[in-house]
Design a protein around this ligand. Structure first.
Ligand SMILES: [Zn+2]
Length: 173
């Protein structure tokens, strides 16, 4: 169970997604360039991938991911904000592409983190992986235009704030 890690030009796209053709791989690379261009300038673009998840490994292992990048937008040790995009398997063994804003939880009951918001795009057939990936990357770049402030994203999702007292949040899967 090895996690591979590196810049996107080291990601073996043809191995991870054997049904995506040359044009599809080009589209994925362009979408990645869009994400890597807008992530924080002080962070080296870093991708993770899991070759042993190329074929659906079953639902027993949680959410099997094939490809992921995450980056921090804010972190003062007690409060934080991050964004992520990944290609993963659903419990039913279908591929999907997810983009998510991840923000620290300040509910009375500690959920650690909330996805606020997230976008999950099902991959309906072999040909639509690159389209789903592009759509998720586009959404991520739009979110990046909003303030890189955890309070902004908690307010947007009606979650309790760091210095607030109410608790209305529930953990999203
Ligand atoms: Zn919470």
């Amino acid at each position: 169970m090895t996690t591979m890690r590196g810049p996107f030009d080291r990601v073996p796209l043809d191995e991870l997604f054997p049904h995506v053709d040359d044009l599809g791989r080009q589209r994925m690379r362009r979408a990645v360039a869009m994400v890597d261009a807008v992530r924080p300038a002080d962070q080296t673009p870093d991708w993770e991938w899991w070759p042993h998840h190329i074929n659906f490994p079953g639902a027993a292992v949680g959410v099997p991911e094939i490809l992921l990048t995450e980056f921090s937008l804010y972190d003062d040790r007690v409060d934080w904000l991050a964004m992520a995009i990944d290609v993963e398997w659903t419990a039913a063994g279908r591929l999907r592409v997810c983009a998510a804003v991840e923000v620290a939880c300040w509910c009375t009951e500690n959920h650690n983190a909330h996805y606020a918001p997230s976008l999950e795009i099902p991959v309906r057939d072999d040909a639509s992986l690159e389209a789903a990936f592009e759509a998720a990357a586009r959404q991520l770049t739009k979110w990046l235009e909003e303030p890189w402030d955890p309070e902004h994203w908690r307010a947007r999702a009606n979650l309790p704030q760091r210095f607030g007292t109410s608790c209305g949040g529930a953990l999203e899967p």
